[in-house]
Design a binder for this molecule. Structure first.
Ligand SMILES: *Cc1c(COP(=O)(O)O)cnc(C)c1O
Length: 474
């Protein structure tokens, strides 16, 4: 399988060559040349374990790693030991257990990994793939990133102790929850460097961009990224749509719907790809919070990214996104994989503008991709958390609540609705207390993590101070 850029200006590449990079050199995102068709495999895949299923799917997309090595990577990544924080410990073997709220209305638990958010599902695989490819090539990488919470901790837990990898993770000083800070800063591994920046998330993000734009520094210190546009992350997420499908159906003839709390369009993009591969998904329900850029697109055909000043700070913070970086992948498919059209549309977006597909050929084609959407407010979130707790005895986090709220608006009789559960409530304790008047449930292994010693360097929001830290540790 070769990978091409959504903007058409890059040579087709093998998987291992795009794994360690971010954007394609022409500014586009990588996608496989075609989507393997698997409708005929569904019944034979039904009984597979998560690791076996991951191997079947990934081996269609990764053709430059020997199959026995890829199998070993899948087996090592998807173990019940790593994804052990399930509501029902007896279900940990499932890796992504299904919990039913009522008939044909289910949660797919994706947040049972080491950082209690769904990003572990892909990031743990990325850690093992990075280590494998770097070992083969005898190369090193210094991952530089900025985080407002979930991404940074998932990256650190995936890369801790790995050969040839260091992580430099910037976070805004004092702006993450105490639990999130404790998760990241209590890591004592020699290859993990936490850097708290005196400023906001955007200041941290700007520093990462400035360092990455310094071509000489970037090459000299082998700076890399693990951000959400990385193809391997999207690919890894395709697997759980299949697993969720098998859990909620009895035969490969049945259809299901998925509801996905969305920010950067990474998670739901994987659902789109699963559907393109032939998984019978009747609807992909996209849920946003108050930052409703994507909901607006699927309702009106107008894509109007906001600037950071227009982005709301909400109680589902991992969805506070003004510009959905993976959205370009879907548009590439929608416009018939015509890179010239994508280039033209993103000329507007990259210049701070918007585009409309409301009239013309693509508006007519849009419904055939199965997307519907809706948005949620803080009050909706509180009401949904309360309702699910009172009626089902199940505690959900704020992002999952956005998914449940919008899923309810798009239910169709006799079609199972599967809501992707993207984080555990303990990460967002303040809103849980507001909704339920009590502390969130805390998985046993996380008792008292706020009291562990923390390792973090605090710096001013300047590029030079961050570069100094990288130079000092390399
Ligand atoms: C990252 C994240 C999201 C958004 O996922 P995207 O892939 O960016 O759409 C939703 N919920 C939680 C808890 C997250 O960490």
């Amino acid at each position: 399988m070769k990978y091409i850029s959504t903007r058409g200006g890059a040579e087709p590449q093998e998987f291992s060559d795009i794994l360690l990079g971010g954007l394609a050199p022409d500014g586009g995102l990588y996608l496989p040349e075609s989507y393997p068709q698997v409708a005929d495999e569904l019944d034979s895949w039904r009984g597979l374990s998560y690791a076996e299923l991951a191997f079947e799917i990934l081996s269609l997309y990764i053709t430059d790693i020997p199959t026995s090595d890829l199998k070993a990577i899948c087996d090592k990544t998807y173990t019940a030991r790593t994804y052990c924080w399930s509501r029902d410990p007896a279900k940990a073997q499932d890796i992504v257990p299904l919990t039913s709220l009522e008939a044909d209305f289910h949660l797919l638990e994706l947040s049972n990994g080491p950082t209690l958010a769904f990003k572990d599902m892909a990031m743990q695989l990325l850690g093992n793939l990075f280590e494998y490819v770097l070992d083969k090539r005898d190369e090193t990488i210094n991952i530089l990133g900025a985080t407002s919470g979930d991404t940074g901790s998932a990256a650190e837990y995936a890369m801790r102790g790995k050969h040839n990898v260091r992580v430099f993770m910037l976070s805004p000083e004092g702006r993450m929850s105490a639990f999130q800070r404790a998760q990241m800063y209590s890591l004592q591994d020699a290859n993990i460097f936490n850097i708290a920046v005196r400023g906001m998330f955007d200041d941290a993000q700007d520093i990462v961009k400035a360092v990455s734009n310094d071509a000489e520094f970037k090459a000299r210190y082998k700076i890399g990224a693990v951000n959400s546009i990385n193809w391997a992350r999207v690919m890894a997420q395709v697997v759980y749509y299949f697993k969720g499908y098998f859990e909620a159906t009895r035969s490969g003839q049945e259809e299901v719907a998925f509801a996905v709390p969305s920010g950067n369009f990474g998670n739901i993009c994987a659902g789109h790809i699963a559907r393109m591969m032939g998984l019978p998904i009747s609807r992909l329900v996209l849920a946003t919070n108050e930052n409703d850029v994507l909901d607006e697109f699927f309702r009106t055909g107008i894509y109007r990214p906001r600037n950071t000043a227009e982005t709301h700070v909400t109680s589902s913070p991992s969805m506070d996104i003004s510009k959905a970086s993976n959205f370009e992948r879907f548009i590439f498919d929608l416009v018939g994989r015509d890179a010239a059209i994508v280039r033209q549309l993103w000329r507007e977006v990259d210049a701070g503008g918007s585009f409309s597909l409301a009239d013309g050929p693509f508006a007519a084609r849009l419904p055939s991709y199965g997307f519907v959407s809706g948005s949620s407010s803080h009050a909706d979130r509180l009401a949904t958390i309360r309702d699910v707790w009172q009626h089902h005895g199940i505690m959900i986090d704020t992002h999952t609540a956005d998914g449940v709220k919008v899923a309810r608006e798009h239910r169709v009789a006799d079609v199972p609705m599967i809501i992707l559960e993207t984080a555990q409530p303990v990460k967002f304790a303040e809103t849980i207390r507001e909704a339920l008047g009590r502390d969130p449930l805390r998985p046993a292994g996380f008792d008292g993590i706020e009291n562990l010693p923390q390792k973090v360097e605090v710096v001013d929001a300047t590029v030079d101070q961050v570069k100094d830290i990288i130079v000092r540790h390399c």
